[in-house]
Ligand binder design. Structure first.
Ligand SMILES: Cc1cc2nc3c(=O)[nH]c(=O)nc-3n(C[C@H](O)[C@H](O)[C@H](O)COP(=O)(O)OP(=O)(O)OC[C@H]3O[C@@H](n4cnc5c(N)ncnc54)[C@H](O)[C@@H]3O)c2cc1C
Length: 196
């Protein structure tokens, strides 16, 4: 699979750096939509056969909601949401240990604190990304960077080249682990903070 620049020029540049996004979670989809908006060449590589929107509720704070407006899903998300009015934290014995009201949050930040079903957000984001932009069953095992390009290697023995690699592959990111390994080999990691 080759990812092609769809524009021969953009803001005076003749060449658009190709973006490889690993993978198709919430972060990868959000970036993909923003790249779609500016007609930038990208491809998503996802290890799953198909992505199932799992999870129950999700809450989003005002700081990210302007990004939801940029993606064009904010109004639909608002319709599927309830507005948060406060946050209560409980310990493992279900004893409340902290409570705060957040009713003034909209006055301070323009947006409410929204609570909604996680699959709704996922489906709204998914609908904005063309299907052909995702290659499924592509588990990234390693990456290689040179001065000219970056290459990802997948578990099905395929490789793909691009100019920018974005590791959006979650908490146990293989991209990040590979990056650290490479930086360690090149002695470019900062010295560890001693244990206190
Ligand atoms: C119980 C729970 C409750 C949460 N509640 C909230 C909340 O209320 N509000 C909030 O903002 N956040 C919440 N979070 C956090 C939120 O879910 C995560 O921050 C968010 O899902 C991270 O998105 P992501 O795209 O970075 O990663 P993920 O959603 O984890 O997606 C990672 C993707 O990478 C793919 N992948 C992984 N490894 C590879 C590989 N090697 N090659 C190719 N693909 C790969 C996976 O298949 C997956 O599709 C919660 C998390 C949990 C667990």
């Amino acid at each position: 699979m080759a990812i092609q620049s769809r524009n021969s020029s953009f803001q005076g540049k003749q060449y658009l750096p190709r973006v490889l996004i690993v993978a198709r979670g919430l972060a990868g989809l959000l970036l993909a939509i923003l790249l779609e908006h500016i007609n930038w060449p990208y491809q998503i590589f996802e290890r799953a056969e198909a992505v199932k929107p799992i999870g129950s509720t999700l809450a989003l704070s005002p700081n990210i909601l302007s990004a939801m407006e940029q993606t064009g899903i904010y109004e639909d998300l608002l319709k599927a949401s309830v507005r948060g009015v406060g946050i209560n934290l409980y310990n493992e014995q279900l004893k409340m240990i902290f409570s705060t009201g957040i009713t003034t949050i909209k006055e301070l930040s323009v947006y409410d604190y929204l609570v909604f079903p996680r699959p709704v957000l996922y489906d709204l984001l998914l609908a904005k990304v063309p299907k052909e932009k995702t290659a499924f069953k592509k588990k990234v095992l390693s990456i290689k960077q040179t001065d000219d390009e970056v290459t990802i290697h997948c578990s099905d023995n395929t490789s793909y080249e691009g100019d920018i690699l974005v590791g959006a592959d979650g908490a146990y990111s293989a991209v990040r682990q590979c990056l650290y390994k490479q930086l360690a080999q090149e002695n470019k990691l900062p010295a560890r903070t001693p244990n206190r």
